[in-house]
Design a protein around this ligand. Structure first.
Ligand code: XMP
Length: 522
Protein backbone atom coordinates (compact mmCIF):
# COMPACT_ATOMS: atom_id res chain seq x y z
CA UNK A 1 0.00 0.00 0.00
CA UNK A 2 1.25 3.44 -0.90
CA UNK A 3 2.03 6.13 1.63
CA UNK A 4 -1.08 8.18 2.08
CA UNK A 5 -2.35 11.23 3.85
CA UNK A 6 -5.98 11.27 4.88
CA UNK A 7 -7.96 14.47 4.70
CA UNK A 8 -10.95 14.79 6.99
CA UNK A 9 -13.55 16.94 5.28
CA UNK A 10 -15.33 19.43 7.49
CA UNK A 11 -17.22 20.82 4.51
CA UNK A 12 -14.90 23.42 3.02
CA UNK A 13 -15.27 24.33 -0.61
CA UNK A 14 -11.48 24.00 -0.82
CA UNK A 15 -11.11 20.44 0.53
CA UNK A 16 -10.48 18.99 -2.90
CA UNK A 17 -7.67 21.44 -3.43
CA UNK A 18 -5.90 20.16 -0.34
CA UNK A 19 -5.96 16.66 -1.78
CA UNK A 20 -4.66 17.93 -5.03
CA UNK A 21 -1.78 19.90 -3.53
CA UNK A 22 -0.72 16.90 -1.45
CA UNK A 23 -0.72 14.69 -4.53
CA UNK A 24 1.32 17.32 -6.34
CA UNK A 25 3.89 16.84 -3.60
CA UNK A 26 4.00 13.20 -4.68
CA UNK A 27 1.93 11.77 -1.82
CA UNK A 28 -1.32 9.96 -2.40
CA UNK A 29 -4.19 11.56 -0.52
CA UNK A 30 -7.79 10.69 0.05
CA UNK A 31 -10.70 12.66 1.40
CA UNK A 32 -13.14 11.22 3.90
CA UNK A 33 -16.06 12.87 5.68
CA UNK A 34 -15.16 14.08 9.17
CA UNK A 35 -17.75 11.67 10.54
CA UNK A 36 -15.55 8.66 9.68
CA UNK A 37 -14.33 6.79 12.76
CA UNK A 38 -10.82 7.02 14.12
CA UNK A 39 -10.52 3.24 13.83
CA UNK A 40 -11.44 3.23 10.15
CA UNK A 41 -8.77 5.80 9.39
CA UNK A 42 -6.20 4.02 11.56
CA UNK A 43 -6.80 0.90 9.50
CA UNK A 44 -5.79 2.84 6.37
CA UNK A 45 -2.39 3.37 8.01
CA UNK A 46 -1.97 6.98 6.96
CA UNK A 47 1.29 8.85 7.39
CA UNK A 48 -0.56 11.98 8.42
CA UNK A 49 -3.97 13.59 8.71
CA UNK A 50 -5.18 16.97 7.51
CA UNK A 51 -8.32 18.55 8.94
CA UNK A 52 -10.01 20.71 6.31
CA UNK A 53 -11.70 24.03 6.72
CA UNK A 54 -15.47 24.22 6.93
CA UNK A 55 -18.39 26.62 6.87
CA UNK A 56 -19.31 26.23 10.53
CA UNK A 57 -18.40 27.91 13.73
CA UNK A 58 -17.39 25.46 16.45
CA UNK A 59 -20.25 26.95 18.48
CA UNK A 60 -22.94 26.26 15.87
CA UNK A 61 -25.48 23.71 16.87
CA UNK A 62 -24.55 20.41 15.26
CA UNK A 63 -21.16 21.71 14.12
CA UNK A 64 -18.79 18.80 13.56
CA UNK A 65 -16.41 18.48 16.50
CA UNK A 66 -13.05 16.81 16.64
CA UNK A 67 -12.88 13.88 19.01
CA UNK A 68 -9.73 14.10 21.12
CA UNK A 69 -8.95 10.52 20.03
CA UNK A 70 -7.79 11.93 16.69
CA UNK A 71 -5.00 13.75 18.47
CA UNK A 72 -3.90 10.64 20.36
CA UNK A 73 -3.73 8.52 17.23
CA UNK A 74 -0.49 6.72 16.47
CA UNK A 75 0.88 5.54 13.18
CA UNK A 76 1.44 1.91 12.27
CA UNK A 77 5.05 2.21 13.51
CA UNK A 78 3.91 3.55 16.89
CA UNK A 79 5.00 7.16 16.31
CA UNK A 80 2.49 9.96 16.99
CA UNK A 81 0.26 10.79 14.02
CA UNK A 82 1.11 14.15 12.40
CA UNK A 83 -1.97 16.35 12.14
CA UNK A 84 -2.43 19.64 10.30
CA UNK A 85 -5.59 21.64 10.99
CA UNK A 86 -6.58 24.20 8.37
CA UNK A 87 -8.88 27.06 9.36
CA UNK A 88 -11.94 25.30 10.87
CA UNK A 89 -9.71 22.24 11.29
CA UNK A 90 -7.43 24.30 13.51
CA UNK A 91 -10.37 25.78 15.41
CA UNK A 92 -11.86 22.35 15.99
CA UNK A 93 -8.49 21.13 17.30
CA UNK A 94 -8.11 24.13 19.58
CA UNK A 95 -11.69 23.89 20.83
CA UNK A 96 -11.23 20.23 21.73
CA UNK A 97 -7.96 20.96 23.53
CA UNK A 98 -9.35 23.85 25.57
CA UNK A 99 -8.08 26.84 23.59
CA UNK A 100 -10.35 29.81 22.90
CA UNK A 101 -12.07 30.27 19.59
CA UNK A 102 -14.00 33.49 19.22
CA UNK A 103 -16.06 35.21 16.61
CA UNK A 104 -13.86 37.81 14.91
CA UNK A 105 -15.29 41.36 14.98
CA UNK A 106 -15.69 41.02 11.25
CA UNK A 107 -15.17 38.15 8.88
CA UNK A 108 -11.61 38.14 7.61
CA UNK A 109 -11.63 37.48 3.91
CA UNK A 110 -8.77 38.10 1.52
CA UNK A 111 -5.03 38.41 1.41
CA UNK A 112 -2.67 38.95 4.31
CA UNK A 113 1.10 38.90 4.66
CA UNK A 114 2.37 35.98 6.71
CA UNK A 115 5.10 36.84 9.19
CA UNK A 116 6.92 33.59 9.85
CA UNK A 117 8.13 33.35 13.45
CA UNK A 118 9.63 29.89 13.16
CA UNK A 119 10.80 28.46 9.86
CA UNK A 120 12.14 25.17 11.16
CA UNK A 121 9.47 22.77 9.90
CA UNK A 122 6.07 23.72 8.44
CA UNK A 123 7.45 26.94 7.01
CA UNK A 124 10.91 25.67 6.11
CA UNK A 125 12.33 27.44 3.09
CA UNK A 126 9.64 30.14 3.14
CA UNK A 127 10.46 33.82 3.18
CA UNK A 128 8.55 35.88 5.71
CA UNK A 129 5.92 38.22 4.25
CA UNK A 130 4.45 35.91 1.61
CA UNK A 131 0.77 36.35 0.81
CA UNK A 132 -1.74 34.01 2.42
CA UNK A 133 -5.46 33.70 1.82
CA UNK A 134 -7.74 34.17 4.80
CA UNK A 135 -11.40 33.25 4.85
CA UNK A 136 -12.87 32.82 8.29
CA UNK A 137 -15.41 34.24 10.73
CA UNK A 138 -13.98 32.74 13.94
CA UNK A 139 -10.41 32.85 15.07
CA UNK A 140 -8.19 31.47 17.73
CA UNK A 141 -7.66 33.90 20.60
CA UNK A 142 -5.98 31.69 23.19
CA UNK A 143 -3.70 28.75 22.49
CA UNK A 144 -4.39 25.36 23.96
CA UNK A 145 -1.94 24.19 26.60
CA UNK A 146 1.37 23.12 25.08
CA UNK A 147 0.96 25.03 21.81
CA UNK A 148 3.05 27.89 20.43
CA UNK A 149 2.68 30.43 17.67
CA UNK A 150 4.85 29.91 14.58
CA UNK A 151 3.45 32.68 12.37
CA UNK A 152 1.26 35.78 12.61
CA UNK A 153 -0.18 38.45 10.35
CA UNK A 154 -0.85 42.11 11.03
CA UNK A 155 -4.46 41.26 11.90
CA UNK A 156 -4.03 37.84 13.41
CA UNK A 157 -1.52 37.34 16.20
CA UNK A 158 -2.16 33.61 15.90
CA UNK A 159 -1.94 32.66 12.21
CA UNK A 160 -0.17 29.33 12.65
CA UNK A 161 0.55 27.12 15.65
CA UNK A 162 2.49 24.04 16.64
CA UNK A 163 2.24 21.66 19.56
CA UNK A 164 5.42 21.46 21.57
CA UNK A 165 5.30 17.73 22.21
CA UNK A 166 3.48 16.28 19.21
CA UNK A 167 3.67 16.76 15.42
CA UNK A 168 0.43 18.74 15.47
CA UNK A 169 0.10 21.97 13.51
CA UNK A 170 -2.61 24.40 12.61
CA UNK A 171 -2.96 27.32 10.21
CA UNK A 172 -5.70 29.92 10.21
CA UNK A 173 -5.26 30.62 6.49
CA UNK A 174 -5.77 28.38 3.46
CA UNK A 175 -2.49 27.00 2.10
CA UNK A 176 -4.38 24.99 -0.55
CA UNK A 177 -5.65 27.92 -2.64
CA UNK A 178 -3.54 29.53 -5.34
CA UNK A 179 -3.75 32.94 -3.66
CA UNK A 180 -1.51 31.63 -0.88
CA UNK A 181 1.88 32.27 -2.38
CA UNK A 182 3.87 29.47 -0.73
CA UNK A 183 0.87 27.24 -0.02
CA UNK A 184 2.14 24.36 -2.08
CA UNK A 185 5.42 24.44 -0.21
CA UNK A 186 3.67 24.48 3.17
CA UNK A 187 1.64 21.37 2.31
CA UNK A 188 4.75 19.76 0.88
CA UNK A 189 6.62 20.52 4.10
CA UNK A 190 3.84 18.86 6.05
CA UNK A 191 3.73 15.81 3.81
CA UNK A 192 7.47 15.27 3.30
CA UNK A 193 9.23 16.82 6.29
CA UNK A 194 6.70 16.36 9.03
CA UNK A 195 4.94 13.17 7.94
CA UNK A 196 8.19 11.83 6.46
CA UNK A 197 6.61 10.68 3.19
CA UNK A 198 8.99 9.94 0.36
CA UNK A 199 6.97 11.81 -2.28
CA UNK A 200 7.23 9.05 -4.85
CA UNK A 201 3.55 8.80 -5.72
CA UNK A 202 2.89 9.21 -9.43
CA UNK A 203 0.04 8.53 -11.82
CA UNK A 204 1.85 5.26 -12.63
CA UNK A 205 1.70 4.16 -9.02
CA UNK A 206 -1.95 5.15 -8.91
CA UNK A 207 -2.66 2.92 -11.90
CA UNK A 208 -0.75 0.02 -10.38
CA UNK A 209 -2.53 0.36 -7.07
CA UNK A 210 -6.00 0.76 -8.59
CA UNK A 211 -5.50 -2.26 -10.83
CA UNK A 212 -4.58 -4.33 -7.82
CA UNK A 213 -7.53 -2.96 -5.85
CA UNK A 214 -10.02 -3.55 -8.67
CA UNK A 215 -8.84 -7.12 -9.17
CA UNK A 216 -9.18 -7.84 -5.48
CA UNK A 217 -12.62 -6.27 -5.31
CA UNK A 218 -14.07 -7.83 -8.45
CA UNK A 219 -12.59 -11.33 -8.16
CA UNK A 220 -14.23 -13.42 -10.86
CA UNK A 221 -17.36 -11.29 -11.10
CA UNK A 222 -18.49 -8.95 -13.89
CA UNK A 223 -18.47 -5.18 -14.31
CA UNK A 224 -20.46 -2.96 -16.64
CA UNK A 225 -19.59 0.61 -17.51
CA UNK A 226 -21.52 3.31 -19.32
CA UNK A 227 -19.21 4.65 -21.98
CA UNK A 228 -19.86 8.10 -23.34
CA UNK A 229 -16.71 8.63 -25.36
CA UNK A 230 -15.69 11.47 -23.04
CA UNK A 231 -12.40 11.52 -21.14
CA UNK A 232 -13.59 10.23 -17.78
CA UNK A 233 -15.57 7.19 -18.85
CA UNK A 234 -13.01 6.34 -21.55
CA UNK A 235 -10.04 6.35 -19.20
CA UNK A 236 -12.08 4.45 -16.60
CA UNK A 237 -12.92 1.83 -19.23
CA UNK A 238 -9.29 1.38 -20.24
CA UNK A 239 -8.14 1.13 -16.63
CA UNK A 240 -10.82 -1.44 -15.79
CA UNK A 241 -10.02 -3.38 -18.94
CA UNK A 242 -6.35 -3.42 -18.02
CA UNK A 243 -7.34 -4.81 -14.61
CA UNK A 244 -10.00 -7.37 -15.49
CA UNK A 245 -10.09 -7.73 -19.29
CA UNK A 246 -13.24 -9.46 -20.49
CA UNK A 247 -14.87 -9.27 -17.10
CA UNK A 248 -15.78 -5.75 -18.19
CA UNK A 249 -18.55 -4.93 -20.66
CA UNK A 250 -18.99 -1.34 -21.75
CA UNK A 251 -22.39 -0.05 -22.73
CA UNK A 252 -22.47 2.74 -25.26
CA UNK A 253 -25.85 4.27 -26.00
CA UNK A 254 -26.56 6.28 -29.12
CA UNK A 255 -29.18 8.72 -27.94
CA UNK A 256 -29.25 10.39 -31.34
CA UNK A 257 -27.74 13.46 -29.73
CA UNK A 258 -24.08 12.69 -30.34
CA UNK A 259 -21.70 14.78 -32.40
CA UNK A 260 -20.80 14.03 -35.98
CA UNK A 261 -19.01 10.70 -36.36
CA UNK A 262 -19.05 9.95 -32.63
CA UNK A 263 -21.19 6.82 -32.77
CA UNK A 264 -18.78 5.13 -35.19
CA UNK A 265 -15.63 6.52 -33.64
CA UNK A 266 -16.28 5.30 -30.11
CA UNK A 267 -17.03 1.81 -31.39
CA UNK A 268 -13.88 1.73 -33.49
CA UNK A 269 -11.72 2.90 -30.62
CA UNK A 270 -13.02 0.57 -27.96
CA UNK A 271 -14.01 -2.51 -29.92
CA UNK A 272 -11.36 -2.56 -32.63
CA UNK A 273 -8.45 -0.77 -31.01
CA UNK A 274 -8.78 -1.79 -27.37
CA UNK A 275 -10.60 -5.10 -28.06
CA UNK A 276 -13.11 -4.53 -25.30
CA UNK A 277 -16.47 -6.17 -24.90
CA UNK A 278 -18.77 -3.40 -26.05
CA UNK A 279 -22.53 -3.39 -26.13
CA UNK A 280 -23.44 -0.54 -28.49
CA UNK A 281 -27.15 0.27 -28.50
CA UNK A 282 -28.67 2.60 -31.07
CA UNK A 283 -31.73 4.07 -29.37
CA UNK A 284 -31.92 7.20 -31.52
CA UNK A 285 -35.55 6.69 -32.49
CA UNK A 286 -36.72 6.18 -28.93
CA UNK A 287 -34.97 9.31 -27.68
CA UNK A 288 -36.15 11.49 -30.55
CA UNK A 289 -39.73 10.24 -30.28
CA UNK A 290 -39.81 11.13 -26.58
CA UNK A 291 -38.29 14.54 -27.22
CA UNK A 292 -40.76 15.43 -29.94
CA UNK A 293 -42.16 18.91 -29.44
CA UNK A 294 -40.36 19.41 -26.10
CA UNK A 295 -38.98 22.93 -25.69
CA UNK A 296 -38.20 23.30 -22.00
CA UNK A 297 -34.51 22.51 -21.32
CA UNK A 298 -35.13 20.85 -17.98
CA UNK A 299 -37.87 18.65 -19.47
CA UNK A 300 -35.40 17.64 -22.16
CA UNK A 301 -32.87 16.67 -19.49
CA UNK A 302 -35.39 14.64 -17.51
CA UNK A 303 -36.62 12.78 -20.59
CA UNK A 304 -33.09 12.03 -21.75
CA UNK A 305 -32.07 10.90 -18.25
CA UNK A 306 -35.03 8.54 -17.88
CA UNK A 307 -34.72 7.12 -21.35
CA UNK A 308 -31.02 6.53 -20.80
CA UNK A 309 -31.70 4.56 -17.62
CA UNK A 310 -34.27 2.46 -19.44
CA UNK A 311 -31.96 1.68 -22.36
CA UNK A 312 -29.06 1.01 -20.01
CA UNK A 313 -31.16 -1.44 -17.99
CA UNK A 314 -32.19 -3.28 -21.17
CA UNK A 315 -28.56 -3.50 -22.23
CA UNK A 316 -27.70 -4.88 -18.80
CA UNK A 317 -30.41 -7.51 -19.20
CA UNK A 318 -28.96 -8.48 -22.57
CA UNK A 319 -25.53 -8.85 -20.96
CA UNK A 320 -27.12 -10.89 -18.17
CA UNK A 321 -28.58 -13.31 -20.71
CA UNK A 322 -25.24 -13.62 -22.45
CA UNK A 323 -23.24 -14.19 -19.28
CA UNK A 324 -25.87 -16.36 -17.63
CA UNK A 325 -25.83 -14.11 -14.55
CA UNK A 326 -26.38 -10.47 -13.76
CA UNK A 327 -23.23 -8.30 -13.64
CA UNK A 328 -22.35 -7.39 -10.07
CA UNK A 329 -20.62 -4.04 -10.52
CA UNK A 330 -21.19 -0.72 -12.20
CA UNK A 331 -18.05 1.30 -12.90
CA UNK A 332 -18.23 5.05 -13.39
CA UNK A 333 -15.69 7.69 -14.26
CA UNK A 334 -16.96 10.07 -11.57
CA UNK A 335 -14.39 12.72 -10.66
CA UNK A 336 -13.96 14.48 -7.36
CA UNK A 337 -15.62 17.72 -8.47
CA UNK A 338 -18.66 15.64 -9.44
CA UNK A 339 -18.81 14.04 -6.03
CA UNK A 340 -19.07 17.16 -3.94
CA UNK A 341 -21.97 19.16 -5.23
CA UNK A 342 -22.58 21.45 -2.35
CA UNK A 343 -21.67 21.88 1.24
CA UNK A 344 -23.81 23.20 4.03
CA UNK A 345 -23.53 23.67 7.75
CA UNK A 346 -25.63 20.54 8.27
CA UNK A 347 -22.35 18.71 7.99
CA UNK A 348 -20.49 17.25 5.10
CA UNK A 349 -21.71 13.68 5.39
CA UNK A 350 -25.27 14.86 4.79
CA UNK A 351 -24.37 16.85 1.73
CA UNK A 352 -21.91 14.73 -0.23
CA UNK A 353 -23.99 13.52 -3.14
CA UNK A 354 -23.00 11.23 -5.93
CA UNK A 355 -23.31 12.96 -9.24
CA UNK A 356 -24.47 10.50 -11.82
CA UNK A 357 -22.28 11.08 -14.80
CA UNK A 358 -24.15 8.69 -17.01
CA UNK A 359 -27.53 10.28 -16.71
CA UNK A 360 -28.60 9.15 -13.27
CA UNK A 361 -28.37 5.39 -13.00
CA UNK A 362 -30.60 4.44 -10.13
CA UNK A 363 -29.50 2.66 -7.02
CA UNK A 364 -32.24 0.07 -7.66
CA UNK A 365 -30.07 -1.43 -10.36
CA UNK A 366 -28.61 -3.24 -7.38
CA UNK A 367 -25.04 -2.99 -8.58
CA UNK A 368 -22.01 -2.24 -6.49
CA UNK A 369 -20.36 0.95 -7.71
CA UNK A 370 -16.68 1.21 -8.66
CA UNK A 371 -15.40 4.76 -9.07
CA UNK A 372 -11.63 4.64 -9.48
CA UNK A 373 -11.30 8.40 -10.03
CA UNK A 374 -13.49 9.73 -7.27
CA UNK A 375 -10.52 11.44 -5.66
CA UNK A 376 -9.06 12.85 -8.85
CA UNK A 377 -9.27 15.97 -10.96
CA UNK A 378 -9.69 16.01 -14.69
CA UNK A 379 -6.07 16.77 -15.48
CA UNK A 380 -4.98 13.91 -13.25
CA UNK A 381 -7.32 11.59 -15.14
CA UNK A 382 -5.86 12.90 -18.38
CA UNK A 383 -2.34 12.05 -17.18
CA UNK A 384 -3.53 8.55 -16.33
CA UNK A 385 -5.18 8.25 -19.73
CA UNK A 386 -1.92 9.14 -21.47
CA UNK A 387 -0.14 6.53 -19.42
CA UNK A 388 -2.71 3.95 -20.54
CA UNK A 389 -2.34 5.00 -24.20
CA UNK A 390 -5.83 6.36 -24.53
CA UNK A 391 -5.82 8.25 -27.85
CA UNK A 392 -5.00 11.94 -27.55
CA UNK A 393 -8.19 12.77 -29.44
CA UNK A 394 -10.19 11.45 -26.49
CA UNK A 395 -7.95 12.81 -23.75
CA UNK A 396 -7.87 16.35 -25.07
CA UNK A 397 -11.51 16.51 -26.01
CA UNK A 398 -13.67 19.35 -24.74
CA UNK A 399 -16.33 18.44 -22.18
CA UNK A 400 -19.67 17.44 -23.68
CA UNK A 401 -22.91 17.51 -21.71
CA UNK A 402 -24.84 14.31 -21.01
CA UNK A 403 -27.99 15.58 -22.81
CA UNK A 404 -25.78 16.17 -25.83
CA UNK A 405 -26.99 18.19 -28.78
CA UNK A 406 -30.54 18.31 -27.40
CA UNK A 407 -29.58 21.32 -25.29
CA UNK A 408 -27.84 22.94 -28.24
CA UNK A 409 -30.88 22.79 -30.51
CA UNK A 410 -32.89 25.60 -29.00
CA UNK A 411 -36.58 24.76 -29.18
CA UNK A 412 -37.91 21.38 -30.33
CA UNK A 413 -35.32 18.75 -31.20
CA UNK A 414 -35.83 17.32 -34.68
CA UNK A 415 -33.71 15.06 -36.85
CA UNK A 416 -33.27 17.90 -39.34
CA UNK A 417 -32.17 20.40 -36.71
CA UNK A 418 -29.71 17.86 -35.31
CA UNK A 419 -28.29 17.21 -38.76
CA UNK A 420 -27.74 20.92 -39.37
CA UNK A 421 -26.18 21.42 -35.96
CA UNK A 422 -23.88 18.43 -36.38
CA UNK A 423 -22.47 19.82 -39.61
CA UNK A 424 -21.97 23.33 -38.24
CA UNK A 425 -20.36 22.01 -35.08
CA UNK A 426 -18.01 19.75 -37.06
CA UNK A 427 -16.84 22.69 -39.19
CA UNK A 428 -16.23 24.86 -36.13
CA UNK A 429 -14.23 22.16 -34.35
CA UNK A 430 -12.31 21.14 -37.48
CA UNK A 431 -11.23 24.76 -38.02
CA UNK A 432 -10.33 25.30 -34.37
CA UNK A 433 -7.97 22.36 -34.70
CA UNK A 434 -6.60 23.54 -38.04
CA UNK A 435 -5.87 26.97 -36.57
CA UNK A 436 -4.33 25.46 -33.43
CA UNK A 437 -6.99 27.06 -31.29
CA UNK A 438 -8.78 23.94 -30.03
CA UNK A 439 -6.58 23.50 -26.96
CA UNK A 440 -6.78 27.21 -26.17
CA UNK A 441 -10.44 26.99 -25.24
CA UNK A 442 -12.25 25.04 -22.54
CA UNK A 443 -15.24 24.29 -24.70
CA UNK A 444 -16.42 25.29 -28.16
CA UNK A 445 -19.57 24.35 -29.98
CA UNK A 446 -22.35 25.48 -32.25
CA UNK A 447 -25.93 26.17 -31.17
CA UNK A 448 -28.85 26.05 -33.59
CA UNK A 449 -31.42 28.77 -33.02
CA UNK A 450 -35.10 28.37 -33.84
CA UNK A 451 -34.94 31.70 -35.60
CA UNK A 452 -34.97 32.21 -39.33
CA UNK A 453 -33.52 35.24 -40.97
CA UNK A 454 -33.32 36.53 -44.51
CA UNK A 455 -30.18 36.10 -46.53
CA UNK A 456 -29.07 36.21 -50.11
CA UNK A 457 -27.29 33.46 -51.99
CA UNK A 458 -26.38 34.27 -55.61
CA UNK A 459 -29.50 35.95 -56.90
CA UNK A 460 -31.72 34.10 -54.55
CA UNK A 461 -33.34 35.19 -51.33
CA UNK A 462 -32.92 32.65 -48.52
CA UNK A 463 -34.90 32.34 -45.30
CA UNK A 464 -32.98 29.98 -43.05
CA UNK A 465 -31.80 29.32 -39.49
CA UNK A 466 -29.26 31.20 -37.43
CA UNK A 467 -26.34 29.34 -35.93
CA UNK A 468 -24.56 30.69 -32.86
CA UNK A 469 -20.95 29.84 -32.17
CA UNK A 470 -19.85 29.59 -28.56
CA UNK A 471 -16.28 29.26 -27.29
CA UNK A 472 -15.19 29.88 -23.72
CA UNK A 473 -12.09 29.82 -21.63
CA UNK A 474 -12.42 28.43 -18.12
CA UNK A 475 -10.52 26.56 -15.44
CA UNK A 476 -13.30 24.41 -14.11
CA UNK A 477 -16.49 25.29 -15.96
CA UNK A 478 -17.83 27.09 -12.89
CA UNK A 479 -17.01 30.48 -14.32
CA UNK A 480 -16.05 31.19 -17.90
CA UNK A 481 -15.08 34.00 -20.20
CA UNK A 482 -15.98 34.11 -23.87
CA UNK A 483 -12.93 33.21 -25.93
CA UNK A 484 -11.43 36.13 -27.82
CA UNK A 485 -10.94 34.17 -31.03
CA UNK A 486 -9.30 36.03 -33.94
CA UNK A 487 -11.72 37.86 -36.26
CA UNK A 488 -10.13 36.22 -39.31
CA UNK A 489 -10.81 32.85 -37.83
CA UNK A 490 -14.43 33.62 -36.97
CA UNK A 491 -14.98 35.07 -40.39
CA UNK A 492 -13.55 31.96 -42.03
CA UNK A 493 -15.72 29.62 -39.95
CA UNK A 494 -18.80 31.72 -40.60
CA UNK A 495 -18.18 31.62 -44.36
CA UNK A 496 -17.75 27.90 -44.36
CA UNK A 497 -20.88 27.24 -42.32
CA UNK A 498 -23.10 29.53 -44.35
CA UNK A 499 -21.72 28.35 -47.70
CA UNK A 500 -21.59 24.65 -46.97
CA UNK A 501 -24.73 24.06 -44.96
CA UNK A 502 -28.08 24.47 -46.63
CA UNK A 503 -30.44 25.57 -43.93
CA UNK A 504 -28.10 27.99 -42.13
CA UNK A 505 -27.61 31.43 -43.63
CA UNK A 506 -26.29 33.44 -40.70
CA UNK A 507 -23.86 32.89 -37.82
CA UNK A 508 -23.41 34.94 -34.68
CA UNK A 509 -20.70 34.72 -32.02
CA UNK A 510 -21.69 34.62 -28.37
CA UNK A 511 -19.75 37.17 -26.30
CA UNK A 512 -21.37 36.57 -22.94
CA UNK A 513 -19.44 35.30 -19.96
CA UNK A 514 -20.49 33.06 -17.09
CA UNK A 515 -21.90 34.48 -14.92
CA UNK A 516 -24.36 35.90 -15.75
CA UNK A 517 -24.77 33.64 -18.81
CA UNK A 518 -24.01 29.91 -18.64
CA UNK A 519 -21.73 28.03 -20.99
CA UNK A 520 -24.54 26.10 -22.66
CA UNK A 521 -27.51 27.99 -24.01
CA UNK A 522 -29.98 25.71 -22.25
P1 XMP B 1 -23.25 25.55 -17.84
O1 XMP B 1 -24.05 25.60 -19.11
O2 XMP B 1 -24.08 25.25 -16.65
O3 XMP B 1 -22.27 24.33 -18.02
O4 XMP B 1 -22.39 26.78 -17.67
C1 XMP B 1 -21.15 24.03 -17.23
C2 XMP B 1 -20.55 22.74 -17.77
O5 XMP B 1 -21.46 21.65 -17.56
C3 XMP B 1 -21.86 21.10 -18.80
N1 XMP B 1 -23.29 20.80 -18.69
C4 XMP B 1 -23.79 19.58 -18.48
N2 XMP B 1 -23.18 18.38 -18.33
N3 XMP B 1 -25.28 17.34 -18.07
C5 XMP B 1 -23.94 17.27 -18.15
O6 XMP B 1 -23.40 16.16 -18.05
C6 XMP B 1 -25.97 18.50 -18.20
O7 XMP B 1 -27.20 18.53 -18.13
C7 XMP B 1 -25.17 19.68 -18.41
N4 XMP B 1 -25.48 20.99 -18.58
C8 XMP B 1 -24.32 21.66 -18.75
C9 XMP B 1 -21.53 22.14 -19.85
O8 XMP B 1 -21.31 21.55 -21.12
C10 XMP B 1 -20.29 22.77 -19.25
O9 XMP B 1 -19.15 21.99 -19.51
Amino acid sequence: MHERIIILDFGSQYTQLIARRVREAGVYSEIHPCTISVEEVAAMQPKGIILSGGPCSVYDEGAPQLDAAWLRLRRADGSPMPVLGICYGLQAMAHTLGGSVERAPRREFGRAALRVDDASDLFAGLPSGGTVWMSHGDHLTRLPEGYEVIAHTDNAPIAAVRARNAPHYGVQFHPEVVHTEYGRQILENFALRICGCSGDWTPASFVEEKIREIRAQVGDRHVILGLSGGVDSSVAAVLLHEAIGDQLTCIFVNNGLLRKGEWEQVQTTFRDHFHMRLQAVDATDRFLARLEGVVDPERKRVIIGHTFVEVFEEATEAITRELGHRPEFLAQGTLYPDVIESVSFKGPSATIKTHHNVGGLPEEMGLEVIEPFRELFKDEVRAIGRLLNVPEAIIGRHPFPGPGLAIRVIGPVTARALALLREADAIFIEELKAWDLYDEVWQAFAVLLPVQTVGVMGDERTYENVCALRAVTSVDGMTADWAHLPYDFLSHVSNRIVNEIRGINRTVYDISSKPPATIEWE
